[in-house]
Design a protein around this ligand. Structure first.
Ligand code: KG4
Ligand code: ZN
Length: 324
């Protein structure tokens, strides 16, 4: 039995969790800063790192009390993300690792999202194709075996979650945009407006989301249609692109399984369409583990630990960090 403490502080969620044997979540504490950043319409880096500093000890205490027992290793997000925020979690994790004399495992944030889909009784098997959709990333990743990644498609401009956040702001909906648009779209007609599906044709696995955001802006300038119709049509178009490219990637790689993860994986419309429109099974984390959390970092850390892929106290943080 191995217990890993996972720490995530790359952006605006402080996450501390204890995961047993790489897939059993014993406790998952998340302190969200959404309400703190909402008045600014986005994350303010300095405020984010201060807030991580203020709550990380308390969250860790809560997690340790709830999990009980001993900890075998500490895993923390080393990048990509906001430097000041990453430093809080990494240094806290390194200090605990030194004090307790247990291994320290730095984890890439996207790898964490991938391992969020391993949390549960039925973890997927490799090889697999991963679709990672969040506020900072939109990528298709071929994963032939654990910890080997080939990015086969990514966005040329905005990430899909970033596009949801920007369009929500255009529509006067609260931050974060994803859940607000999903809610507004419930009462709308997804075929009311025909928004563009950028780069839908052809053989490329690249994404582009800035044109979609601009198309929404122009639609609002004319005779503004009802917000639910704009939200539903935008959501349909944004997810159409993900489906088109994912189908193409499955064809190209011959993947027998898709793994969906990242904040946007919480979108009900996307989950339903991927589950019903693809010919391969889809592994996805429960809603609660889609947004940033410590459990996904602990799961990735446990997998690295099992393979002897540990770091040490010299590990640094990286605002941008390639996955492969
Ligand atoms: O993974 P995450 O928590 O942070 C990053 O690593 O970026 O993802 C946050 C993103 C935000 O852009 C948010 O608007 C989006 O995930 N998101 C959603 C939904 N819930 C969160 N997007 C669409 N539909 C949702 N239900
Ligand atoms: Zn994330």
């Amino acid at each position: 039995m191995t217990r890993v403490l996972g720490i995530e502080t790359s952006c605006d969620e402080t996450g501390v969790a204890v995961v047993e044997n790489g897939h059993n979540v014993l406790v998952n504490e998340v302190a969200s800063q959404v309400a703190i950043h909402a008045p600014f319409g986005g994350v303010v880096p300095e405020i984010a790192s201060r807030h991580h500093t203020e709550c990380i000890s308390q969250l860790t205490r809560l997690a340790l009390d709830a999990a009980g027992g001993t900890i075998d290793a500490i895993a923390a997000t080393c990048g990509p993300g906001l430097t000041g925020s990453l430093l809080v979690g990494m240094n806290f994790g390194k200090a605990l690792s030194y004090a307790w004399g247990v291994p320290f495992v730095p984890v890439h944030h996207i790898e964490g999202h991938i391992y969020s889909a391993f949390l549960g009784p039925d973890p997927p098997e490799f090889p697999l194709l991963a679709l990672i959709v969040s506020g900072g990333h939109t990528c298709l990743i071929w994963c032939p075996e654990p910890h080997v990644y080939e990015i086969i498609g990514t966005t040329r401009d905005d990430a899909v979650g970033e596009c949801f956040d920007k369009v929500a702001r255009l529509l006067g909906l609260p931050y974060p945009g994803g859940p607000s648009i999903q809610k507004a779209a419930e009462g709308g007609n997804p075929r009311a407006l025909d928004f563009p599906r950028a780069m839908a044709k052809g053989d490329s696995l690249e994404f582009s989301y800035s044109g979609l955001k601009t198309a929404v802006l122009y639609a609002l300038k004319k005779d503004p249609p009802p917000v639910p119709d704009v939200a539903a049509s935008f959501q349909y178009a944004a997810m159409d692109i993900l489906l088109i490219k994912t189908k193409l990637a499955i064809q190209k790689t011959g993947a027998a399984r898709l793994l969906l993860a990242g904040g946007v994986a919480a979108n009900k419309h996307l989950r339903e369409r991927l589950a019903s429109e693809l010919d391969v099974p889809v592994s996805m984390p429960p809603f609660s583990l889609c947004i940033d959390n410590g459990a996904m970092i602990a799961a990735a850390g446990a997998s690295r630990l099992a393979r002897g892929m540990v770091g040490d106290l010299r590990a640094g943080v990286f605002a941008s960090l390639p996955l492969s």
